[in-house]
Design a protein around this ligand. Structure first.
Ligand code: NAP
Length: 249
């Protein structure tokens, strides 16, 4: 078995996931850089740490997920942290403005196929990856699962007419609501084990997801997910937070 703790970050070839990978490497983890393109993952892994490894992982492809889990067991024999970070904001072409992305997500007009594509990645992908990695996480002394959600997945906030980002609530937000629901279900199911499962909002961050219109840096936004990945035995499970504290579900 590998002597260092091992962390897998999905969608770690760029954006917030890449920064989470770098920070976890800085905390002594051997980091597996999940990437649906192995080549992009290998390039990213070189920037993470000398012992970081790329893992081909498309969260919508069960064969890819199964192969990744088998490879982790075969090569390292352990998995301590899973960060479900991979997500999409829309099902269209890259390079759209934030305004175009929000318009495409309106539930009154969005194509049902696009809704399925978004939920496939942001919700079903998280369930599938978590199921595949759970046997390894159960064997870890302190398994941690961090689901990268968003305040746009807070029903409480979006139901409040004074919430400033309320007008952005649409298909993507609904997928993050579903992700939060799944996070809590995993947390409840696993609460008699050492595994902790929490959802986190990184904040509005400058990445490809919003055509770099976010206002925070990836360095700022990786902090809360990394804090949750490093929780001690007395840390919470089944929470939804950002760096300012709990977020209403
Ligand atoms: P990003 O730069 O667009 O990165 C998204 C990552 O997910 C990429 O590595 C992408 O891979 C990967 N991905 C997409 N579909 C995938 C699939 N089927 N299988 C595997 N990987 C897949 O976005 P980001 O802003 O860093 O987003 C990271 C997380 O933060 C997401 O969960 C997002 O919802 C959340 N978030 C972001 C913000 C924000 O303002 N940016 C705010 C709140 C929450 P490719 O390179 O192959 O496309």
């Amino acid at each position: 078995m590998h002597d260092k703790p091992v962390a897998l970050v999905t969608g770690a070839n760029k954006g917030i996931g890449l920064q989470i990978a770098k920070d976890l490497a800085g905390h002594g983890f051997t980091v597996l850089v999940g990437s649906r393109s192995l080549e992009n993952g290998e390039t990213a892994a070189r920037s993470v740490a000398p012992d970081a490894r790329a893992v081909q992982l498309d969260v919508t492809d069960q064969a890819s997920i199964t192969a990744a889990a088998e490879r982790i067991r075969g090569e390292l024999g352990r998995l301590d942290v899973l960060v479900n970070n991979a997500a999409i904001a829309h099902a269209g072409k890259p390079g759209q403005t934030l305004e175009e992305i929000l318009a495409a997500g309106r539930v009154s007009t969005v194509a049902l196929g696009d809704v399925r594509t978004i939920f496939d990645t942001n919700v079903f992908g998280v369930i599938a990856v978590t199921q595949a990695m759970l046997p390894l996480l159960r064997e870890a002394p302190a398994g941690r699962i961090v689901n990268v959600s968003s305040s746009s997945g807070s029903l409480t906030l979006n139901a409040d007419p004074s919430f400033p980002f309320r007008s952005a609530y649409g298909t993507y937000g609904a997928s993050k609501v579903a992700l939060n629901a799944v996070t809590l279900a995993f947390a409840i199911e696993l609460e008699q084990t050492p595994i902790k499962v929490n959802a986190v909002c990184p904040g509005f961050t400058s990445t490809e997801m919003n055509n770099f219109q976010g206002t925070r840096t990836v360095e700022q936004s990786a902090r809360e997910p990394v804090r949750l990945a490093l929780l001690g035995p007395d840390g919470p499970t089944g929470t939804f937070s950002d760096e300012n504290g709990p977020i209403a579900w």
